[in-house]
Design a protein around this ligand. Structure first.
Ligand code: CMP
Length: 137
């Protein structure tokens, strides 16, 4: 089975829809290998999104990601990376398909409820950012 990283972002936790998002994820056949509610520090958020550091939205994104707690989840399923990206929908909820997590729960392109790894390789790196192998089942 493949793994991917899900982050339920501060907008969704503040709206109290993290439980609904987790239920939808389980209903879609994903297994949870690890899960934690955390408050990201500024340096953690900057490091996690380092690939976007030249983008105009980088500073706002970092501020948003530290604006409240997030739920980090290591998800497991066959083809988890592609499957999770399909379930969450496009980055911008206005462009996301009906029934996707972002269509249902996101506020905007930035406050888009959830994160998903964009490749198997990045999934491994991103899961390693939050979990040690011994913390995963
Ligand atoms: P995520 O999947 O976590 O990866 C990078 C994040 O940057 C993305 O979700 C959005 O939260 C944010 N993002 C991407 N593009 C934009 C944009 N054009 N304006 C604001 N935020 C963006």
């Amino acid at each position: 089975m493949e793994r991917t990283l899900c982050i339920i972002k501060p907008d969704a936790v503040k709206k109290n829809v993290h439980g609904s998002i987790i239920q939808k994820t389980l209903d879609a056949g994903f297994h949870i290998a690890g899960l934690r509610l955390i408050q990201l520090s500024e340096s953690q958020a900057k490091k996690f999104y380092e690939v976007h550091k030249e983008r105009p939205f980088y500073n706002d994104l970092v501020s948003f990601m530290i604006s409240g707690p997030v739920v980090v989840i290591a998800l497991m399923k066959e083809n988890a990376v592609a499957g999770w990206r399909k379930l969450i929908g496009a980055t911008d909820p206005a462009e996301a398909e009906e029934g996707t997590i972002r269509k249902l729960f996101a506020n905007s392109k930035q406050e888009n409820a959830v994160h998903g790894s964009d490749s198997v390789e990045n999934g491994k790196i991103e899961i390693g950012f939050f979990f040690t192998e011994s913390e995963l089942v």
